[in-house]
Design a protein around this ligand. Structure first.
Ligand SMILES: [Zn+2]
Length: 292
């Protein structure tokens, strides 16, 4: 299935690695009242929640962004053959490879890889195993990492702390050692069409990636939010957030900034059709899916 949309002169293709029910709302959001979550979900799109198993539907996906000048990949999922990953990440990886191949773009054609942050499900395809070594999957790409995010993970790695596995050493460090990484400020800009917005909290220096073409603005939000419930309840941060209070402040800031404007919002973990707009709802917001 083609997951493709156009903004201005830019084509965005979603490359899905996994899809389907994942975690119960109160496990994903430790401060959530399950009854409040269920009440919200009754009025929301049916494809974002499975009431039979009481699990939120969570997608893992990358975005291929083709501009007239660049081919950009945003977030690289879990990847394959990575050691030490949890059993829940051992699902088949062929769908991601097949979806990527179907774009007609080769790995060597990618100019830039952006990682919104350096968690295990956003860096996996950065590298592949070649004769026992981890090498860049996209050999001609520059990989854009927030310098502050990279430094925070490097410091944790140095003292042997791993939040969710050894992904820093097999999917991030080899990129830096191969000289393919560009460590940037959290508000870095690539020409005037592509720029970052700092949204710290989920991880130390999480960023969103903005694209503008012919006056149309799209923003790839990474894990600034994981589920549409967080527009209605912006203070619900996930069990994976490094600083839940800071994550909530970042979320309120950008949702308020983007609300009721012609900005296409593409959160990594939102299921098909993924894209939507932010609409004001009292002192919070709702996510209005587009298409699907
Ligand atoms: Zn994630």
């Amino acid at each position: 299935m083609a997951h493709r949309l156009r903004i201005g002169n830019v084509t965005i293709t979603r490359i899905v690695e996994r899809d389907g029910p994942w975690r119960a709302p109160h496990l994903m959001f430790p401060t959530a009242d399950p009854a409040v979550a269920r009440a919200h979900l009754r009025h929301m799109e049916p494809f974002i929640y499975d009431p039979v198993t009481d699990r939120l539907v969570i997608t893992y996906q990358s975005f291929l962004v083709e501009t007239p000048r660049h081919r950009i990949l945003i977030d690289t999922c879990v990847g394959e053959n990575k050691p030490g990953r949890g059993a829940h990440m051992q699902y088949p990886k062929e769908p991601w490879l097949a979806a990527f191949a179907a774009t007609g773009v080769g790995f060597a054609d990618i100019d830039y890889v952006f990682c919104t942050h350096l968690h295990v499900d956003h860096v996996g395809w950065n590298t592949r195993l070649d004769d026992g070594r981890w090498v860049p999957t996209f050999p001609n790409a520059r990989y854009i990492f927030s310098r502050a995010e990279y430094e925070a993970w490097r410091a944790e790695d140095a003292i042997g702390v791993h939040e969710s596995g050894p992904h820093f050493r097999d999917s991030v460090l080899p990129i830096v050692e191969a000289g393919r990484a560009i460590l940037v400020a959290d508000d870095w800009q690539l020409e005037d069409q592509v720029w970052l917005t700092p949204t710290p909290g989920h991880s130390p220096a999480h960023v969103c990636v903005n694209i503008r073409s012919n006056g149309v603005h799209a923003v790839f939000t990474g894990d600034m939010m994981h589920h549409a419930l967080q527009c209605i309840e912006p203070d619900w941060s996930t069990c994976f957030c490094a600083d839940p209070a800071l994550a909530a402040r970042s979320r309120r800031r950008v949702l308020g900034d983007w609300a009721d404007r012609d900005i296409l919002v593409l959160p990594t973990h939102f299921p098909t059709p993924t894209a939507g707009r932010i609409v004001s709802l009292g002192d919070a917001w709702r996510f209005k899916f587009i298409g699907g």
